[in-house]
Design a binder for this molecule. Structure first.
Ligand code: PLP
Length: 364
């Protein structure tokens, strides 16, 4: 029996790289208009909710869910137009699939490569899996890919995994498809095109699966309106998905998610209307932001807008908005290219109005 405290023991045993990071922080949104996490602002129409509750009544909570969720996969293939010969894996959110990719392709000396500013989970999961991480800076002007440095990093590191979000989070832009093709041709490892924001853009690589032996496409239902269900999917050549599937924990998609998602996809038209509405509101919001003195808002192909505030004011504006009851994301301090930047999720029209009013008051 040791006489050391739990603190001392943890300091001895917890991997140093885990001790060095802080847990993914989610602020408490209680009582605030929540425009920080790219959620869909619209809930389901009343009639659909009643039918959904009926469907849930069939759930057998005493039984494990179907381990492969074949009915749900079939519907996803149909609705998202996933090529018939592509392999398909489901995850508890796409974050879990990123983790499965790292567990499958990781190992000592192996590297995950991405671009920065980008989605923070790529770096965090590289750390969890004991992998190296390399982030190549985006172009400072419009956040496009810096192809020269990127290709050079691919040559130097020979990364096992490259993640590119398309459109990118937190910048909202789409990279050039031609640049992405160059990356796929240059890399020997897997290139994951992360299309978390697919509902808000017309561009996709999903129909191009198979054209490149190392292309995989990641999707999620979170941003289109089902963040609470936690369902992500990964599609690509079966030679890859077969192997990645081995790292999946049994029954990772719970029975409530399987039933609810199948149900929701039967009503896809409702959610397509919501998406179209969000896309329209995005353009209104962009215009309103750019009409404000001292604000520079960037074009977005996603359901959020990145904007730059006058130098040195981002933290105060973020705090001011919170006092006015609106929660957005402060990105100042997270990356040099995001100095003075804030990110707002496109909400319902009345939420966007409250945000703009709060912003005007906080910029004063
Ligand atoms: C939100 C987001 C995800 C994670 O989505 P979940 O399916 O909710 O885990 C993945 N990639 C990008 C780029 C995101 O912005």
């Amino acid at each position: 029996m040791t006489d050391q405290t739990a603190e001392q023991l943890a300091a001895t045993w917890v991997r140093p790289e885990i001790r060095a990071i802080s847990a993914y922080h989610v602020p408490d949104p209680a009582g605030l208009i929540k425009l920080d996490a790219m959620e869909n602002p619209y809930n389901w129409p009343e009639a659909i909710r009643a039918d959904w509750l009926d469907a849930l009544g069939e759930a057998q909570l005493n039984r494990y869910p179907h381990p492969e969720a074949p009915a749900l996969k079939e519907r996803l293939r149909e609705v998202l137009e996933i090529p018939a010969d592509a392999g398909l894996l489901l995850g508890n959110g796409s974050d879990e699939l990123i983790q499965m990719l790292a567990l499958t392709l990781g190992g000592p000396g192996r590297c995950i490569l991405s671009v920065e500013p980008g989605f923070v989970m790529y770096r965090m999961i590289a750390t969890f899996a004991g992998m190296d991480y390399r982030g190549v800076p985006l172009n400072a002007e419009g956040f496009s890919l810096e192809l020269g440095p990127l290709l050079q990093a691919i040559e130097e590191q020979d990364p096992a995994l490259i993640f590119l979000a398309y459109p990118n989070n937190p910048t909202g832009n789409l990279f050039s498809a031609a640049d992405l093709e160059r990356v796929m041709r240059a890399a020997r490892g897997v290139v994951v095109v992360d299309e978390a924001y697919a509902p808000f853009t017309d561009e996709t690589f999903l129909q191009r699966l198979g054209e490149f032996p190392n292309l995989l496409v990641l999707r999620t239902l979170s941003k289109m309106g089902f963040a609470g269900l936690r369902l992500g999917l990964l599609a690509g050549p079966q030679a890859w998905t077969r192997e990645i599937d081995k790292t999946r924990l049994p029954y990772n998609i719970n029975v409530l998610t399987q039933i609810s998602t199948e149900f929701a996809l039967r009503h896809k038209a409702v959610f397509d209307d919501q998406t179209a509405e969000i896309r329209r509101s995005r353009q209104d919001l962009l215009k309103a932001l750019n009409a404000m003195d001292g604000i520079l808002a960037y074009e977005s192909q996603a359901n959020f807008i990145l904007f730059r505030t006058p130098a040195g004011q981002a933290p105060a504006i973020h705090a001011g908005l919170k006092e006015q009851g609106v929660l957005i994301k402060n990105l100042h301090g997270t990356h040099p290219l995001l100095a003075d930047c804030l990110r707002v999720t496109v909400g319902a029209p009345e939420e966007n109005r409250a945000f703009l009013a709060g912003l005007r008051a906080s910029c004063g």
